[in-house]
Ligand binder design. Structure first.
Ligand SMILES: Cc1cc2nc3c(=O)[nH]c(=O)nc-3n(C[C@H](O)[C@H](O)[C@H](O)COP(=O)(O)OP(=O)(O)OC[C@H]3O[C@@H](n4cnc5c(N)ncnc54)[C@H](O)[C@@H]3O)c2cc1C
Length: 397
């Protein structure tokens, strides 16, 4: 009688889930061990979030940063299933999907990231836009198009959140809109990009100043309406006209993940050991934005694409090792530095003992991200497209 293949379900096809699946499928599986690998995502495409800004400016196209899973997984042993996971029964090892499918698993990878915490501000669900998905970009571009069609003399945009994502978006919007853009960056803390190294902080300050981005520090958004924004500074509320409010204020846990009967941190993240296994459930791995992880040296790991990318290697190895009876490896995080894009053809990089800014940093960023794109085939198509496009544009001028 044929023994049924062990089933690994990977929930979420982002930086942690997709890259784990791709790595896992490359291991030398012997016939007796060869598992069924199923990747599940609510969307039909992966999203390379660090390049999302380039869609606003038109520097890149959506197929480049959001390739379809079906294309990425061609000729691999990974099966893709599109659906939104709504519940997991840890006892019976079953996953429930919104399209009424239910799937059983032997090993499970939780890699569903998080969501934008929009509910916290009055009116933000109706009038605020988050900046995390292709739909968000299309929404923003459509609103900008309508304002341009209406021949608005000024386009007033508030970017809420002065972290890396907020400053990157503010610079790109300023470059994209040029003279008609009035960009305002609203930050609750005393400093923008407060965790960035001094070199990057200075580059950010210069870039924002050059683009005349107005910065509100120690300021909170208290309400948004169709055309106004109320800001609270030291207890005083000011209401100003605005055309668009975009939120870049971090990541919140998905509600139903918080309710899973697994060990959670105070913020609701799933606690894992350095091998990325959920506490008391060695058959479940959790990584990326939804995991609370300390690595082999005991350092608390930040929740970034850089982390998710590095964890996916370990998660894939540990899944393979657990099935083929080899020792598991504890995750070791490597700080590779910080790379920020600050407008068109401008960026800053600080890491590995190198400090770079301007067009050279911009080019370095592009090359690093090209290398980070999933699958060699996709890297090749995007690389060719980047080389050919300037030629085509020059010829059509
Ligand atoms: C605009 C932007 C720019 C960023 N830039 C950088 C950067 O420059 N450098 C950096 O290190 N980090 C950056 N980040 C952070 C980085 O994107 C995240 O840390 C990283 O994506 C986390 O990976 P993940 O796999 O945990 O989650 P994600 O990449 O978010 O993937 C989660 C996946 O799960 C799917 N999913 C969610 N819920 C369900 C469900 N219920 N059912 C099925 N599928 C589901 C989603 O569709 C998604 O595909 C940026 C984030 C944003 C939003």
């Amino acid at each position: 009688m044929n023994k049924q293949a062990l089933r690994i379900c990977i929930l979420g096809g982002g930086f942690s889930g997709l890259y784990t699946a791709l790595r896992l499928s490359q291991f030398p599986w012997t016939d007796g061990h060869s598992p069924e690998i199923i990747l599940i995502d609510q969307n039909d495409h992966f999203l390379f979030t660090p390049l999302l800004y380039e869609l606003i400016t038109g520097e890149m196209q959506s197929w480049e940063i959001a390739p379809y899973f079906e294309e990425l997984l061609t000729n691999t042993r990974i099966r893709f299933h599109q659906g939104c996971v709504t519940a997991i029964n840890i006892e019976t090892k079953h996953i429930e999907l919104d399209n009424l499918h239910s799937l059983s698993y032997d090993k499970l990878v939780l890699a569903m990231g998080g969501k934008a915490p929009l509910e916290q501000v009055l009116g933000s669900n109706n009038y605020g836009i988050s900046f995390r998905s292709l739909q968000d970009v299309y929404h923003i571009k459509e609103r900008l198009r309508l304002l341009e069609v209406a021949q608005a003399k000024k386009i007033r945009i508030a970017v809420v959140g002065g972290g890396c994502s907020g400053v990157e978006l503010a610079c790109k919007l300023a470059d994209h809109l040029g003279k008609i853009g009035r960009i305002r960056l609203v930050e609750r803390g005393k400093k923008i990009v407060s965790n960035s190294p001094e070199f990057n902080f200075k580059a950010v300050q210069d870039a924002l100043e050059k683009r005349k981005v107005w910065i509100d520090l120690e300021t909170e958004v208290s309400e948004i309406t169709r055309d106004s924004l109320s800001l609270c500074y030291k207890g005083r509320i000011d209401t100003i006209p605005v055309d668009l409010v975009i939120f870049t204020v971090g990541t919140q846990m998905l509600d139903w993940i918080k309710d899973l009967p697994l060990k959670h941190s105070e913020q609701g993240l799933i606690t894992v050991n350095p091998e990325l296994q959920v506490i008391d459930h060695p058959e479940i791995y959790a990584l990326g934005d939804l995991a609370d992880c300390k690595d082999a040296t005991g350092q608390q790991i930040p929740r970034t694409a850089q982390t998710a990318f590095q964890q996916s290697d370990y998660c894939a190895w540990n899944l393979w090792a657990s099935i083929t009876r080899r020792p598991l490896l504890p995750f070791r995080y490597q700080v590779l530095g910080e790379l920020l894009v600050l407008g068109i053809n401008n960026a800053t990089f600080n890491g590995l003992g190198i400090e770079l800014d301007g067009p050279l940093a911009y080019l370095t960023r592009r090359l690093i991200y090209l290398y980070r794109l999933p699958t060699f085939k996709h890297q090749l198509s995007v690389g060719l497209s980047w080389m050919i496009r300037p030629l085509v544009e020059a010829l059509s001028d």
